[in-house]
Design a protein around this ligand. Structure first.
Ligand code: ZN
Length: 287
């Protein structure tokens, strides 16, 4: 916990980090499908950038429910999966996964996709309750969805270079060695200010050979708070080339995308609830 606090204090004027019983995260402003992010916490990293480059491989579809049911600890119990990745549809989209599956198989799905509308603007849509598929690549923070003791992190007024997530992630990287991988996941809300995000371009006419091609193809936007963001971050990439961090965000006001940074440091405000993962599971990476 001091690691996170010290790292944030290098970058934000106003920081508080404490361990609390998580509030009911189904409520405003978080709107999770489950009240908590506790119990048997697990990071799942699926898919690969290689399925976007040089050509989008739309055969890479992952139904999250059977995928999670294959995990030994999760064969039967209820679970909550939140995180960030690609939506399952042919028209490419970013998605905030937010799915509670009960032991009897019933589903509460509060996932949202963020995509480019025909007029070029961003549109946010809730996915149908039964739609639990993802595609291409993504990160899931899986838990039993229990209300438990979690890390509550507040940060306001950014004065350093690193944003909320990269500050915490770099703090972990500098503190833990290569063989002590630490991963956290959960949800945060950016309560004030603007954020830089990308949303995949639905039109793909050329092959994406380089990262520069990819960045030119993605559509870039500044979106405004409040933004609800879900995902995870890890201290090391390891030989498995883990994504250091991956958060997608959405709002009830048609704002959202893949979170990169806040762009209004003087007014930005973050409130997050995070839990520490007990394991990382890698699915269908092209290593
Ligand atoms: Zn993303």
């Amino acid at each position: 916990m001091p690691v996170i606090k010290d790292a944030l204090e290098k970058n934000f004027l106003d920081v508080s980090v404490e361990i609390v019983q998580n509030p009911d995260l189904t409520q405003e402003p978080f709107y999770l499908a489950s009240p908590g992010i506790g119990g048997d916490a697990t990071i799942i990293e699926f898919g690969d950038n290689d399925y976007l480059m040089p050509h989008v491989d739309q055969s890479r579809v992952y139904d999250l429910v059977p995928l999670i049911r294959e995990i030994e600890n999760y064969h039967t119990k209820s679970f909550f999966a939140c995180g960030s990745g690609a939506g399952p549809y042919k028209r490419l989209s970013e998605e905030v996964y937010n799915i509670q599956v009960h032991q009897n198989g019933s589903i509460d799905n509060e996932s949202h996709i963020i995509r480019i509308a025909k007029d070029g603007g961003i549109e946010v849509r809730k996915v149908p309750n039964h739609e639990t598929r993802a595609s291409l690549l993504g990160n899931i923070f899986l838990s039993e969805g229990k209300s438990e003791k979690v890390l509550k992190v507040l940060a306001k007024n950014r004065t350093g270079e690193e944003n909320f997530i990269t500050a915490m992630r770099k703090g972990l990287t500098e503190t833990f060695s290569d063989d002590q991988i630490v991963g956290l996941g959960g949800v945060f809300v950016m309560n004030a200010g603007m954020a830089k995000v990308h949303v995949m371009n639905p039109v793909l006419e050329t092959s994406l050979e380089t990262i520069e091609d990819l960045n030119k193809w993605l559509t870039w936007h500044e979106v405004s708070a409040p933004l609800i963001c879900a995902g995870d971050f890890v201290s090391q990439q390891t030989d498995f080339e883990l994504r250091f961090h991956h958060f997608h965000c959405f709002s009830k006001n048609n704002q959202g995308g893949h979170y990169h940074d806040d762009t209004t440091p003087a007014v930005v405000e973050y409130e997050g609830y995070f839990n520490v993962a007990e394991r990382i599971i890698i699915v269908d990476k092209n290593l």
